[in-house]
Design a protein around this ligand. Structure first.
Ligand SMILES: Cc1cc2nc3c(=O)[nH]c(=O)nc-3n(C[C@H](O)[C@H](O)[C@H](O)COP(=O)(O)OP(=O)(O)OC[C@H]3O[C@@H](n4cnc5c(N)ncnc54)[C@H](O)[C@@H]3O)c2cc1C
Ligand code: FES
Length: 258
């Protein structure tokens, strides 16, 4: 079942000028959301922003009908969503897209998030705990200001951090973290979401170590449900729509220019 409805803004928490979490109340019961599902958010009364914008669903409180999103400001849409006030209505369509695989055969997984790519991983962390799978979160950002929600992630597994300027955690890119060269590096699956170069680098490491890797693509979207074809990505079986057949893909299935 898809929800297409106005939702009331109930909270906006800014972590910096560029990062915030917005929470909304649904007028209807929220259907089961799987980790990786996303929503299309309509940005009303905003000149120059005609199309809905896609955002991973960060978290859900089914009992209180609350849904939240982590937004990193990169343009008009992401800036305007953060300017809504408590009580304002925002139209959402969800749940859209597929989801990450959660396999009871896995015992230990590595979850790699860069920038706004951390967003689908709270729900994934909850699934890991439910299924008794040990998760390690590796979170990367440009600086300390970009590293948020670490306390929340720590509820579901170990948390490792990298920043490019070294202001928090290990200095460097997320793929340069010492976890990748540790003799104890042994995971059944790797999940990644973030900028394309980061996901490609994680996919190469996974391939070298013969570990299954799932990535969640953030291609630019228009319709969000398979009609306009503006989000396609090349795969081993031809072009696929990231909004419908994705956003989550096995990295080996993608025909990436690495
Ligand atoms: C499935 C999916 C889930 C996403 N989840 C999140 C999330 O949880 N949190 C979050 O902050 N963002 C997420 N994004 C990215 C988010 O949708 C874009 O940042 C947003 O649409 C940009 O809108 P804007 O109006 O602010 O920027 P625009 O004014 O549309 O664009 C500003 C600049 O950013 C570029 N740009 C726009 N969209 C993207 C993109 N997807 N990737 C790279 N460059 C882009 C444009 O080409 C332009 O140069 C997700 C995207 C997808 C496809
Ligand atoms: S966004 Fe229209 S087909 Fe994917």
């Amino acid at each position: 079942m898809k929800v297409v409805a106005d939702h009331k803004v109930v909270n906006i928490q800014y972590f910096s000028e560029e990062n915030y979490v917005i929470q909304m109340e649904s007028p209807v019961d929220i259907p089961k959301i799987k980790p990786g599902n996303f929503a299309e958010i309509k940005v009303d009364n905003t000149p120059g922003v005609f199309l809905r914008r896609p955002f991973s669903i960060l978290d859900v409180d089914y009992e209180n009908k609350l849904i939240s999103f982590y937004v990193k400001v990169i343009g008009k849409g992401t800036r305007y969503i953060g300017l809504y006030e408590i009580g304002d209505q925002i139209n959402l369509i969800y749940p859209l897209g597929n989801s990450f695989t959660v396999s009871d055969k896995d015992r230990k997984v590595l979850i790699v998030g860069g920038g706004s790519g951390i967003a689908p991983f709270i729900l994934l962390g909850k699934e890991m705990v439910k299924n008794g799978i040990e998760a390690t979160f590796l979170i990367g950002g440009r600086s300390q200001r970009d590293i948020i929600l670490t306390k929340e992630f720590a509820k579901y597994g170990d948390v490792l951090v990298t920043t490019e300027d070294g202001s928090l955690g290990e200095k460097g890119l997320v793929t340069q973290h010492s976890v990748f060269i540790s003799p104890q590096f042994k995971y059944d699956r790797i999940y990644a979401c973030g900028p394309d170069p980061m996901m490609k680098a994680v996919a190469i490491i996974a391939q070298q170590k013969e570990i299954t890797c799932e990535v969640s693509l953030e291609n630019t979207m228009a319709c969000g449900f398979g009609i306009c074809l503006c989000c396609v990505t090349a795969t081993q079986e031809g072009n696929k729509r990231v909004c419908l057949e994705g956003p989550v893909f096995n990295s080996r299935y993608l025909k990436w220019q690495i």
